[in-house]
Design a protein around this ligand. Structure first.
Ligand code: PHE
Length: 451
């Protein structure tokens, strides 16, 4: 038999590929759109003054997020290996492979708490559909008694099985098919919920909080929060986009994929804002109420609206889908790594890593109230989040920008940009992104303080 002709650059990896451009872009959007868009984005926007912060987030996304996203996809496709080995296979020295390990460990750690929050959303979806979110409930107490029990572990286990079930079926047979159905599904849910929320009496105040900027509220701090979030939201610095890149067809234009993923992420965050702010304002809830906004404040709002069980149920289903499509991309990172490094089969890789994620999530879950596990000023759950999001993620991002900006000889050829766009891209990677990343890192780790 004559082997199928490929125009790959010598690296073939496992040979697994996304079956279509659309499938790949939807999977990458699925990774990007997650709890970051629906849970974190609304509350940090609320805490940082609303519309002006949103504009800042867009600026960071375009100026720094997109160039790094393109770099990650290009490194992955050129190397066709794991988030660590792709650097080396794409032409970098061995040291890059070691540095890349950060981007294999980070998604593993992120998964251990992300899976818990995914479990919370499943629990809340069921509670809402079964009519247990009613006006006579103290939502704060309900949330803390839930997170302080063993129940979140049961739900995390369910979420982990769902994710493993998708990833075990492979790139095109599992991840791609799953996202092809759920990304449009998510959009439909978002639109239904947005219509519901902007038509609530008193909703317009929330719309204007989200859409009319007051620049006097912006602080340098908000700039760094916006940038850190643009990174998290595009799933950068975690090896996910390098890993997805490794399965992308050679003919795919990475420039247009980058734009599509950036636009997708922004649109989903925008609509999420148009659901959450009108709803919170219509019910007199403070939009800067922090991480509890979605699990405490919104159930209160849903309980007080007609057909609230239905809208609440749909809302938490939406959140669960967003979390699951991100989790499949996170799981694929260490799975690719062990399949390549130790030649494990996909089945063994998926099962063992999923189990390990679940085991490591146990102390996080227990630290929410059952037992005291404290590291410094954080409980275990917050510590893992803090360490992975504030230390590993900016470092992972920095490694990508430095490699692509200064050390990668094939960058021009692999990114496939026109000469003009290539110059702009390189400029951002060399001079803008690394400097800002260092600031984000110093600020989010608490080394740099504004006072
Ligand atoms: N981008 C996802 C979100 O917004 C989070 C994520 C980060 C997913 C890194 C994968 C990798 O929630």
């Amino acid at each position: 038999m004559v082997p199928k002709q490929t125009n790959d650059n010598g690296n073939k990896g496992t040979g697994e590929r996304f079956s279509s451009s659309k499938g790949f872009i939807l999977a990458a959007i699925g990774s990007a759109v997650g709890l970051g868009n629906m849970w974190k984005f609304p509350y940090i926007t609320g805490e940082n003054g609303g519309a002006a912060f949103f504009l800042l987030f867009i600026a960071c996304l375009i100026a720094v997020g997109l160039p790094v996203l393109l770099a990650e996809l290009a490194i992955g496709r050129a190397g066709r290996g794991s988030a660590a080995s792709s650097f080396v296979k794409a032409g970098g020295g061995k040291v890059w492979g070691r540095l890349g390990l950060i981007s294999v460990i980070a998604p593993f750690l992120i998964m251990t708490f992300y899976i818990l929050v995914a479990g919370w959303t499943l629990h809340y979806a069921i509670m809402s559909f079964s009519g247990r979110i009613t006006t006579d409930v103290d939502f704060n107490a309900q949330f803390s008694s839930f997170t302080g029990s063993y129940l979140p572990l049961v739900w995390a286990f369910v979420a982990m099985i769902l994710v493993a079930f998708v990833v075990i079926r492979g790139i095109s047979g599992g991840i791609e098919k799953f996202n092809k159905v759920l990304i449009p599904g998510m959009l439909a849910l978002l639109v239904i919920l947005m219509i519901r929320s902007v038509t609530l009496p008193g909703a317009m105040e929330g719309v204007s909080f989200f859409l009319s900027p007051d620049f006097s509220k912006l602080t340098p701090e908000a700039g760094l929060v916006a940038l850190g979030h643009a990174f998290f939201s595009l799933s950068l610095g975690m090896g996910t986009m390098i890993t997805y890149g490794a399965f992308v067809d050679r003919n795919q234009s990475l420039g247009s994929a980058t734009l599509a993923v950036g636009a997708g992420d922004l649109i989903y965050a925008f609509i999420a804002g148009l659901i959450i702010f009108p709803t919170t304002f219509a019910f007199g809830i403070d939009p800067s109420s922090g991480p509890g906004l979605v699990f405490v404040a919104l159930p209160a709002a849903f309980s007080a609206m007609p057909l609230g069980w239905l809208f609440g149920g749909l809302f938490f289903t939406l959140l669960a889908i967003a979390a699951l499509t991100s989790l499949v991309s996170l799981l694929q990172v260490p799975v690719t790594y062990v399949m390549e490094k130790w030649n494990w089969s996909r089945n063994i890789a998926v099962c063992s890593i999923s189990l390990l994620v679940f085991l490591v999530s146990i102390p996080s879950a227990l630290s929410m109230g059952l037992i005291d596990i404290e590291i410094g000023k954080y409980n275990f759950f917050d510590f893992i989040d803090f360490f992975a999001s504030n230390w590993l993620l900016p470092l992972g991002g920095l490694i990508v920008t430095l490699f692509a900006g200064y050390f990668w000889k094939n960058a021009a050829q692999e990114a496939g940009l026109t000469a003009k766009w290539f110059r702009i891209w390189l400029f951002m990677l060399r001079y803008v992104a690394p400097i800002l990343m260092v600031f984000v890192f110093l600020h989010s780790t608490g080394i740099l303080k504004f006072e």
